[in-house]
Design a protein around this ligand. Structure first.
Ligand SMILES: [Zn+2]
Length: 334
């Protein structure tokens, strides 16, 4: 089968590799689409994953072969990955570096992928293949929205409007946010954020968005800030922006150290929570599938490109420059 094999930091090679055989309890699937996740970009650009790995976990596909002892699934069914392969229930303490130092994985930037049957769920008929690939990032967004404890009439700001934030903007609107503000450097993402419910979108390179949002919220600042950018100064910005006693949920993943200025924060007493989709719960998954089934969160409009496997290297390079590319969520079609 054809696969995009991770070779070294910043390089994939499209290679013919043996199609895996499902062992006991495993299922072989033909991959229909696989979304590009921020963690894939991190693995690629920082060279975290082991050479020889195949990345890609936000996939949906069709079952082609069942391993010994697999019950409850049959050939031809549409399925998606429920959790990262090999990620069991979280233990009381998690070493985040282990989570983000991705071990060699059987991913889905390939024509076929293997999964343990227990990590698969059936895709309901109402959910299209492209939408199904958005389930995991939607779950991450739902988890972060729930952590922010949003209440009716809260004001909300997003720093960064990548695909997860674009899903979250719709959720906080439905949860009753009075106003939604966004800081985003990419013109395409900014336009999409406005289309999906943001009241005002600012370019932080051109505008003093902190002063403006504080002014628009009557001098208070937003009740909730979602930090979705993980740029050098965005955590400081979130703390400077948030209302006194407000809530900051940081779901962006900082792969490198940043400088913070806590002296600015004391008098504002913000509550800061850090989360990743590794913290998501089965309930978050249940909500995400139901929202997609009932079409209450529009994920398809956030998919900007569907590209063939051979273009994966070029697309990853483009996605690493969010200010200049015109992409939102990208799916690979192996
Ligand atoms: Zn992901």
């Amino acid at each position: 089968m054809k696969a995009a094999v991770f070779k070294e930091k910043g390089r994939f090679a499209i290679e013919e590799i043996p199609t895996p055989e499902p062992g006991p309890g495993e299922v072989l699937c033909r991959v229909r689409y696989c979304g590009i996740c921020g963690t894939d970009l991190h693995n690629y650009s920082f060279g975290i994953t082991s050479p020889g790995s195949v990345l890609g976990h936000e996939w949906c596909g069709t079952i082609v072969q069942l391993g010994e002892g697999v019950k409850g699934f049959s050939s031809g069914e549409r399925v998606m990955l429920y959790k990262h392969p090999g990620t069991p229930e979280p233990p009381p303490r998690i070493n985040p570096r282990a989570l983000y130092s991705a071990p060699a994985r059987r991913g889905a930037y390939a024509e076929y992928t293997l999964a343990t049957a227990s990590s698969l769920i059936r895709v309901p008929d109402e959910i299209s293949d492209p939408a199904a690939t958005c389930t995991e990032p939607l779950v991450a967004g739902i988890h972060a929205v729930r952590l922010g404890n949003i209440k009716i009439s809260d004001t909300v700001a997003f720093i960064g409007a990548g695909p997860i934030a674009l899903f979250m903007i719709q959720r906080v609107r439905q949860a009753g946010a009075r106003a939604v503000y966004v800081s985003e450097i990419s013109a395409v993402r900014a336009a999409k954020a406005a289309e999906l419910g943001a009241d005002r979108v600012f370019n932080p390179l051109k505008e003093d968005f902190i002063s403006e949002i504080v002014r628009l919220t009557g001098g208070r600042g937003p009740d909730i800030v979602y930090e979705c950018a993980a740029a050098k100064n965005t955590l400081n910005q979130a703390c400077q922006l948030v209302a006194r006693n407000g809530r900051i949920t940081c779901l962006a993943v900082y792969q490198e150290p940043i400088t913070i200025e806590p002296l600015d924060w004391y008098m504002m007493q913000p509550e800061i929570k850090f989360t990743t989709n590794g913290d998501s719960t089965p309930f978050d998954w249940e909500i995400a599938v139901e929202l997609l089934r009932q079409k209450k969160t529009n994920v398809e409009t956030v998919i900007s490109d569907i590209v063939p496997l051979v273009d994966i290297q070029e697309v990853f390079q483009k996605l690493l420059k969010p200010a200049t590319n015109k992409m939102l969520r990208v799916l690979v079609e192996p």
